[in-house]
Design a protein around this ligand. Structure first.
Ligand code: F3S
Length: 306
């Protein structure tokens, strides 16, 4: 007989981080204050399908190209930040800029700028095509090299006696990044690195929550979040590395019920850009499907981390 799990472990913290809340509140505030104006947002305000859809329904227009924004319009920069060239162009187009970049991302922009001023070669650990990586590395394009994995590090060819520094994307897997930093340290013993990489505390807390639920018996971990969300993808990787099967879904109804058969305990978490109502819906879904025991597993208590 096929059994459906009877126990649900809820990782905590999960869902919205302080940076995402700040970006969403910024956009909501603008809509409220400007009922008759169109608000434009450069890139998705946060990487989550549901959030973007909800704002689109409220009239916000998301663009990937400044030429689509009429002169003097209100333009919001997303939580992932933008390049200095884009800010320059937006100013040239006389746009009213509202910056919703997460302060932790701003911190890495500053690090890149500071190292560049001191003539360092900057190794940026991050996902090459991610909005955050593009925006941050553009601060000093000629002095920055992006690395995403060990292969990239092996092929690094930096002349001897070059001063080297590391900056990292804020939403990476902590354990994976640690391995990359160690490999870089071997290659460049003198390099300057951040204390614990630039991975933000919210990302680390959510990853620790996943490790904890797997340790406590979650055979499957469901990560609610969008496919283009870096931190959500990393939660899936963390769950897999801890020994569980993991799925990244925008909505709990996307799960194939067969995947939950013959499992005793399932874990649930959510990326930092997933709205709470999606988590509530998932918990209700599990209850409807016969989960009788729900346990909240806390890895950290988060106050406002900004
Ligand atoms: Fe900022 Fe970290 Fe959230 S970088 S947007 S606090 S996941």
């Amino acid at each position: 007989m096929k059994h459906f799990p009877n126990k649900l472990l809820l990782a905590s913290p999960r869902g919205f981080c302080a940076g995402v809340k700040r970006a969403i509140n910024t956009l909501e505030g603008l809509i409220e204050k400007n009922p008759n104006k169109t608000i434009y947002c450069y890139h998705q305000i946060v990487h989550n399908k549901t959030v973007v859809k909800d704002f689109t329904n409220k009239g916000v227009i998301f663009v990937d190209d400044l030429s689509k924004v009429p002169e003097k319009s209100i333009l919001v920069f997303s939580s992932h930040g933008v390049s200095p060239a884009l800010i320059k162009q937006a100013k040239k187009n006389k746009l009213k800029i509202i910056d919703a970049t997460c302060p932790f991302v701003i911190k890495t922009h500053k690090e890149v700028k500071d190292f560049a001023k001191k003539n360092f070669k900057i190794i940026y650990i991050g996902q090459k095509d991610h909005d955050e990586t593009i925006g941050t590395t553009d601060e000093a394009l000629n002095q920055t090299i992006i690395v995403s994995d060990i292969e990239d590090i092996k092929s690094l060819d930096i002349p001897k006696n070059t001063q080297v520094a590391i900056v990292t994307q804020t939403t990476l897997s902590f354990d994976e990044t640690k391995k990359l930093v160690q490999a870089l340290e071997k290659k460049f013993p003198e390099l300057i690195k951040p204390k614990l990489a630039d991975i933000c505390q919210a990302t680390q807390n959510r990853q620790n929550g996943v490790k904890k639920i797997v340790k406590m018996g979650a055979e499957i971990v469901i990560v609610l979040g969008s496919k283009n969300s870096s931190n959500s993808n990393k939660l899936k990787t963390v769950a897999e590395n801890a020994g569980a099967r993991a799925y990244l879904l925008d909505d709990i109804t996307e799960i194939d019920i067969k995947d939950l058969e013959n499992i005793k305990c399932v874990g649930l978490t959510a990326g930092a850009s997933l709205p709470e109502y999606k988590i509530v819906k998932a918990i209700k879904w599990f209850k409807k499907h016969g989960i009788t025991e729900i346990e909240e597993v806390s890895a950290a208590v988060e106050n406002n981390l900004l």
